[in-house]
Design a protein around this ligand. Structure first.
Ligand code: HEC
Length: 132
């Protein structure tokens, strides 16, 4: 069932994430980037329970279980693709997992470090929080 109120609220929350990400002073460390761009949905610990999680139509993934769910091998390339291109590549057309590639490119143009290095840093950060 289409619920216009919920859809509208979700859209404004996504706008809020984008605005917060844009307004937060540039911290360039993988953990800083994670907190700034990802934690509101995926949670501070990566388990998917961020403050915005309940407002989304699709629950944000638990990012600590990627290794377990991919045959005990951390799927670095896949994670990089999802971060760069967004949820559409997962296959069920989720528009709530935004593509972050353009944000990192724009920030690089604005004087921040190389976007590929920052995305690679995020991939390594997510690898570091995998459940045993
Ligand atoms: C507005 C909320 C939101 C933000 C912000 C967000 N995500 Fe997501 N993310 C989601 C949702 C929802 C899904 C599940 C999408 C699906 O299954 O279609 C997801 C899925 C993913 C996946 C795929 C997980 C899997 O199980 O296959 C990865 C990896 C991921 N996000 C990483 C990130 C990273 C890294 C950031 C920060 C750069 C980030 N996300 C920011 C909502 C968000």
């Amino acid at each position: 069932m289409f619920r216009p109120h919920k859809a509208k609220r979700t859209m404004s929350l996504i706008a809020l994430v984008a605005a917060l990400a844009a307004a937060t002073p540039a911290l360039s460390s993988p953990e800083g980037d994670y907190l700034r761009f990802c934690s509101l949905c995926h949670g501070f610990d990566g388990t998917g329970k961020g403050p915005l999680a309940d407002a989304l139509k699709k629950p944000p993934a638990n990012l600590t279980l990627l290794t377990r769910r991919h045959g005990d091998k951390f799927p670095a390339e896949y994670v990089k693709e999802v971060i760069t291109k967004g949820g559409d590549i997962i296959g069920h057309g989720s528009s709530e997992m935004l593509p972050w590639g353009p944000t990192f490119s724009a920030e690089e143009a604005g004087g921040m470090p190389d976007d590929r290095i920052r995305i690679e840093g995020l991939v390594r950060y997510i690898e570091s929080i995998q459940a045993p």
